[in-house]
Design a protein around this ligand. Structure first.
Ligand SMILES: Nc1nc2c(ncn2[C@@H]2O[C@H](COP(=O)(O)OP(=O)(O)O)[C@@H](O)[C@H]2O)c(=O)[nH]1
Ligand SMILES: [Mg+2]
Length: 182
């Protein structure tokens, strides 16, 4: 059986906890507490340490899914969580006015700490931001020669969450074919 550590990155309120819960469908550990950083995002609860879920795939593989805390003061934990990651989901909240700017900042984190790790970008809360420019987002979602797939996702919807994971898994398989360690 193969196990894959998957890390979900993204700003506060981008839907990381929701995505992990939706995909895990109940079997999930989370550490949400009342939110003390209402400037970062106006929501009632937030993730202190991380969200975590084990997901068994139909092919027998297991995903170990880690949702990172979004508050900036937990920056230090990202490189630690990214150690040994086989895949990264970067969630981008389409309702943030600086969403594309924030995307660039997260891409810099990935470039620095997980440059060779397969990754996908999930754009969440698109239903609340109908004018969000997915095309230009997709055109800039990478560094060097590397462009990451950009997938709209409603983090509350299990099917959409699983589709996002599918895209990530095929990125992971492509990488294994190239690198030959699969
Ligand atoms: N309308 C809408 N709400 C969403 C979507 N994705 C996530 N949310 C909501 O966004 C809020 C923040 O999600 P949460 O998982 O706590 O974000 P986190 O800080 O990244 O863990 C929750 O109320 C979710 O239900 C989406 O695609 N559309
Ligand atoms: Mg959370």
């Amino acid at each position: 059986m193969r196990e894959h550590k998957i890390v979900v990155l993204g700003g506060m309120g981008s839907g990381k906890s929701t995505l992990v819960r939706a995909i895990a469908a109940g079997a999930v550990v989370d550490t949400d507490v009342p939110n003390s950083d209402r400037q970062g995002a106006n929501k009632a609860s937030t993730t202190v340490a991380m969200d975590y879920a084990d997901i068994d795939l139909p092919n027998g593989d297991r995903l170990r899914l880690y949702g990172t805390p979004g508050q900036q003061r937990f920056d230090f934990i990202w490189p630690i969580l990214l150690q040994g990651a086989r895949g990264v989901v970067l969630l981008l909240d389409a309702t943030r006015t600086a969403a594309v700017h924030e995307l660039q900042a997260y891409l810099a984190v990935l470039h620095r700490h997980a440059a060779d790790v397969p990754a996908v970008i999930g754009v969440s809360r698109l239903d609340l931001a109908p004018t969000f420019d997915l095309e230009s987002c997709a055109a800039t979602a990478g560094w060097g020669q590397r462009l990451l797939p950009v997938v709209p996702v409603d983090a509350r919807d299990r099917a959409q969450g699983l589709l996002l994971m599918d895209v990530l898994m095929s990125e992971m398989e492509t990488r294994d074919l190239v690198v030959g360690d699969g």
